[in-house]
Design a protein around this ligand. Structure first.
Ligand SMILES: [Zn+2]
Length: 291
């Protein structure tokens, strides 16, 4: 009887502790403007999180219904939804596509509330989105929508039908090359060399983009091979970028001098000034691949 009591008491102490320990999966949400942005900017990092048992959701705020030279409207939105779901399947992430027109996004209150609810429902530890000086208006307004949600996710009277987060997530920006008014600063750089092929596999799922629209709008369609099998190799060759000097400096901080020099492919992120400001230890907990 006494032993049973002690065992029960022990379980009562140990079980809740384990539920809140490092074994609890991290919840990451990446919010891009279009159904391929998260894959391009964070697909490798997402694959690493998934490999380590954590949970990642990609959200596209627009439905991508303008991203083609011959197709458009509902049929294109449907095609892009199917491509996004397939990319998500290949990476092991959940992929949601919101039904807002591509190329026409504005930072409105209803969409802000929608973003707040999505971040809350995912119970996000980390939220990653564009910076607000990105080239595409949809990217800029997605950035504003996410920044506007950063404080409000914890305010109970806003979007009151969805319980507020009691811990503000860490908000991060995807990498970009825009310099004005201020350039991107990589605070976190992730070595994605081991999952680079998986990332390319995810991009390959967006056929309407990487094999049709982007080569057309970029005027390089003629260099793309005709055979389906050769296209993926060509896509990979288009995506090979060695880490730049700033990313390399960030890699050295997280991986050490010698390992950083061997990194072939990286994705980097900047800490947003809104949301929780993580210490170095907290970043290591939230990005367990940085060991
Ligand atoms: Zn985009």
């Amino acid at each position: 009887m006494k032993i049973t009591f002690y065992l029960l008491a022990l379980l009562w102490i140990v079980l809740p502790m384990s539920a809140f320990s490092q074994n609890k999966p991290l919840k990451i949400i990446m919010i891009g403007a279009h159904p391929d942005d998260c894959d391009i900017k964070g697909g490798g990092t997402a694959a690493l999180f998934v490999q380590m048992g954590h949970q990642v959701k990609f959200v596209s705020v627009t439905n991508g219904d303008a991203g083609h030279m011959e197709e458009g409207g509902g049929m294109l939105a449907k095609r892009r939804m199917a491509e996004a779901k397939e990319a998500g399947r290949r990476l092991g992430v959940t992929y949601d596509v919101l039904d807002h027109h591509d190329g026409e996004l504005l930072a409105t209150l209803p969409i802000r509330l929608e973003i707040i609810r999505i971040i809350r429902e995912w119970d996000a530890d980390v939220v990653i989105s564009h910076r607000s000086n990105d080239y595409h208006p949809d990217h800029r307004y997605t950035a504003v929508l996410v920044q506007d949600a950063a404080y409000m996710v914890g305010v109970p009277n806003i979007a009151a039908d969805t319980p507020p987060l009691r811990k503000n997530p860490v908000f991060l920006y995807f990498q970009d090359n825009f310099q004005k008014p201020n350039p991107f600063e990589p605070d976190i750089a992730v070595d994605i060399s081991s999952v680079f092929d998986k990332k390319i596999d995810a991009l390959d799922a967006h056929e309407s983009q990487f094999y049709e629209w982007l080569p057309w709008i970029g005027n390089y369609a003629e260099e793309m091979p005709k055979e389906k099998e050769a296209k993926k190799g060509w896509l990979k060759s288009k995506r090979v970028f060695a880490p730049n000097s700033l990313t390399l400096a960030a890699l050295k901080i997280w991986y050490g001098e010698s390992k950083a020099g061997q990194v072939n492919y990286a994705e980097s992120f900047e800490i947003c000034e809104y949301g929780t400001q993580p210490s170095k230890e907290e970043i290591k907990r939230l990005f367990p691949m940085l060991q």
